[in-house]
Design a protein around this ligand. Structure first.
Ligand SMILES: O=C(O)CCC(=O)C(=O)O
Ligand SMILES: [Fe+2]
Length: 470
């Protein structure tokens, strides 16, 4: 059931002392049914948060909400009877803003999902019903904000048996503690050392494959990055699609002009990132996504379903789920270490409201993974330009050579860096494409144990166990 202003809820407006328009909602009758406006608050919120939410909701809406505490796993507050109402956004935003303003400045705090439900169970709501209702409210939030949209795929004859693993590595080893529920207790921020039974040894994973992107698909992907006017591929990136001084890189780099690298022009980038319903996904990208889904399903065979999604705009609309790079030796571009994303340190958004902040690979939580593909038609060993992956505790580096068509699947919180090609590469761009993904599943692996023992880099070997994560 949806509520409409004025019919089921009586709405009148007034003025608050602050000068902001205040609205008075009252519970009202819808046909023969009474609408009950109740505020459900998860037992995981502390007393201060609960009273802040209740006070702001009352102040902004003008109603006395019936307060109900729910034994719920997520940190959330649901305004029952408000979903679909024209004031829903305003009231929920006001509560969110008040919570954020109340949070200790500068510290990462655990977000609260404040949302509305249109369920109408009247007064007699038992715990089980409340939990069902809250589950529905979470699903609605995920749908409304596009937080879990599977990537577009199609039927493909390619199958995972064709892939060959060329690097299977783990790095950045650390003991972490996983919290129960929804928040960042995943990491023990005080010591990082072995503590209690809930400690878990965690490493980031990186797997490189050949024969996932064959030459036909590599060429089709590269075609999306070059114009149609017959640009000489040895003359740098095609200026029909690329320009100097822009970059389409990561959150770490956005907002900070690092050099003046080549970046795709806005139009080309929009086309590349297109997704239904507003745009079409380029066919070559759909094929790549289809192969990635098969590959990931294969790595997780027998472990349950893994849903592969594009990374939602967790860093705002400027950081896209797709990045491209075209470093050129002679342009003297500089590259520094960066991570693509870390679910533990995301700014507040509809994503953190719902999923909280947690260490990547926290069991049961969405895993942030990047798929990097090298797209140049040929690349000689002596042209250089590897991607470098860092194990911060030991300083050890794993380099991967940008062989045409090679695919690297990696945890997004791994520190890594592009390297500029050597002079010998001349003006040839070293093209790469990065798809930023979020994988949902109960258990998520990047490599199947039957693919062999991973190579342990630096701290992943375990000598540095107990060291702190930065
Ligand atoms: O091209 C590469 O080597 C890596 C690119 C990358 O890290 C990125 O675009 O985020
Ligand atoms: Fe990156």
């Amino acid at each position: 059931m949806r509520l409409h202003s004025g019919r089921q809820l009586h709405v009148s407006t007034g003025r608050r002392r602050t000068g902001i328009t205040a609205v008075v909602l009252r519970a009202g009758r819808c046909g023969n049914t009474w609408i009950w406006t109740a505020l459900f608050i998860s037992g995981r919120l502390n007393a201060r948060e609960r009273s802040l939410i209740a006070n702001v909701a009352r102040e902004v809406s003008g109603i006395e909400w019936q307060l109900r505490e729910v034994p719920y796993k997520k940190r959330m507050a649901v305004l029952q009877g408000l979903a679909g109402h024209e004031l829903e956004g305003w009231i929920t935003e006001s509560v969110i803003e008040a919570l954020e303003a109340d949070g200790t400045t500068g510290e990462i705090t655990d977000p609260v999902l404040v949302t509305a439900s249109h369920a109408n169970y009247g007064h007699s709501v038992d715990d089980v019903t409340m939990i069902t209702m809250l589950d529905e409210a979470v699903d609605l939030h995920i749908r409304n904000h596009g937080l879990k949209r599977p990537v577009e795929t199609h039927e493909t004859p390619w199958h995972a048996g064709l892939a060959s693993v060329v690097v299977n590595a783990e790095l950045d080893g650390l003991y972490v503690s996983d919290g129960i529920g929804d928040v960042s207790e995943c990491v023990d921020r005080s010591t990082g050392a072995e503590q209690g039974a809930s400690q878990r040894w965690d490493t980031s994973a990186l797997v490189a494959f050949d024969s996932v992107v064959d030459d036909e698909l590599r060429a089709a992907l590269l075609k999306l990055l070059v114009g149609n006017r017959g640009w000489d591929p040895e003359e740098g990136p095609d200026i029909e699609k690329w320009e100097r001084g822009t970059f389409s890189d990561t959150a770490m780099q956005s907002g900070r002009k690092r050099g003046a690298g080549w970046g795709l022009r806005k139009r080309a980038l929009i086309e590349l990132c297109g997704e239904p319903p507003r745009r079409q996904t380029p066919r070559a990208i759909v094929e790549l996504q289809s192969r990635l889904c098969k590959l990931i399903a294969d790595a997780n065979a027998g472990k349950g379903e893994v849903i592969v999604c594009r990374m939602p705009p967790v860093y705002g609309d400027d950081v896209l789920p797709l990045a491209v790079n075209a470093p050129v030796a002679e342009d003297g571009d500089m590259y520094s270490w960066h991570i693509d994303a870390d679910p533990y340190a995301l700014p507040s958004s509809s994503w953190t409201d719902c999923f909280g902040r947690y260490l990547n690979r926290c069991p049961g939580r969405p895993r942030f993974v990047s798929a990097l593909v090298y797209l140049s038609p040929k690349w000689h060993e002596d042209w250089g330009g590897p991607t470098r992956f860092l194990d911060p505790p030991s300083g050890e580096v794993l380099s991967i050579y940008p062989k045409p068509g090679r695919l690297v699947l990696m945890d997004q919180d791994i520190s890594h860096s592009v390297t500029a090609p050597r002079k010998a590469a001349g003006r040839r761009p070293r093209y790469s494409l990065v798809l930023k993904l979020v994988l949902h599943g109960a258990v998520i692996r990047l490599a199947d144990p039957s693919w062999g023992e991973p190579e342990m880099i630096g701290s992943a070997r375990g000598q540095l166990r107990g060291s702190k994560r930065q």
